[in-house]
Write a protein that binds this ligand. Sequence first.
Ligand code: ADP
Length: 474
Amino acid sequence: MKFFGKTTLIKKLLAFYLVIVMGSFYFMLVFGRSYIYDQVQEETKNAMITAGKQIISSYFDRPDYTSESIAKMRDELSMTGDNYGNRILVIHNDGDIVLDTGKKNVPSTPYNVRNHHESDFLRNEYTYDYTIGGYLSSPSLCVSLPLLKSTQFLGHLIIVQGNEYITEKTDFYYGVLSKVYYILLALLLLTYIGLYFFCFVPLKKLREGCKDFAIGRDNPPILINSHDEYGELAETLNILGNELSKFDEYQRKFLSSISHDFRSPLTSIRGYLQAIQDGVIAPEDQDKIINIILSETDRLTKLTNEIVGLNSFDRDNIFLEISEFDIHKLIREVTDAVSGLAGKKHVKISTTFQPGTPVIVMADRERINQVLYNLLENAVKFSIDGGKINVRTLLRKDTILISIKDNGIGIPKKDLGKIFDRFYKSDLSRGRDKSGSGLGLSICREILKAHKQDIDVVSTEGAGTTFSFSLQTK
Ligand code: ADP
């Protein structure tokens, strides 16, 4: 449904409201009154039949009752009729109206229903809108009950109620119903107004806020000052928006870091190759230059592998190949692998293992190898010449704690919270380590997160650093 431009929920509900108002109004006008009239008529008729039966049992069901005594009952019946609010007639079995509480005296020649061909109604228990052939001045509801004395038929008791009474009563009920109806319409309208302010206004704000998020506009947060579901939703959306803009920021940084990290080795490779092509490299320097080019390509390969690895972690389901292996054996393998690098800097790597039988852990051997390698390689990279590194293991309840401690340059306090961020390198390390991409520690953390383990760092600038993490033991 489209009117006045865009279709909105409030317009739909308003249209629904108008349909309800118009429909119910039409129903009230066309059917409401006549329905009430019919109900009142029915109710009045039943009351008259009950009253008639009571009158018969009180006045006519007596052994001393004869048709001659009827005339004498007039005054008593008038009072009774008044009490019930009805007019009472008695019609003799010959058709004469011998008693009428609505008239002072019965004429000497009484009105005879048979002679006026109006006796049919006597056979029906009730007749609506009837004047008894003009005997009654206005249409009335007439209830007819037979008067019997054992098996002897004496005549009929007629109870009469004018239509005006039914109309008046109908008007009264209709008035009450109309008031209730208007009150209900007003309440419904108030409900709509409430709905508008409590639901549609915040919904509109949410919708506009979401639109801004969708088109990536940097907007102020959605402000809904309530603690209801809308308030909560706005808060959640604001968090989401915040995360989205953080993600945007991360992507920007990611691209600029990645392009920088790729560009510098490429530029240097290109520069050296150009120099070789131009023949400006002395033959005795060629080996050195080729080694530099090789190390730059190694750097590019390492960087590419790290990015590919991180990308697979981002897909959120790192596939771990969990196996059982001796952690001490793996540590020994990794220390051997970095010993060449350590030797160049005269760095000594020692181990202090948990004494006793081999410690078997349950983890992805290949990935843990990567974690240990990254941490040990960092420890060597950031160690001073002749530095010392110690790898220690400590058995806990059902885990083993592995820590790698160096006495290198340390990490400034302000950088400690950021070293696990992707591409982060502390200012202190920049000068010393040109090969690092700043991805190693974030890869370690992702791998350990997949193992449901955390990684910790304790460091003092100028004194050294200790990284530690735990693994599940068998
Ligand atoms: P990179 O590949 O550059 O080493 P990492 O993510 O492994 O990247 O490390 C991020 C930064 O954390 C390093 O650039 C360095 O500043 C700091 N860092 C990591 N390990 C150590 C350590 N053992 N000693 C001092 N600084 C370290």
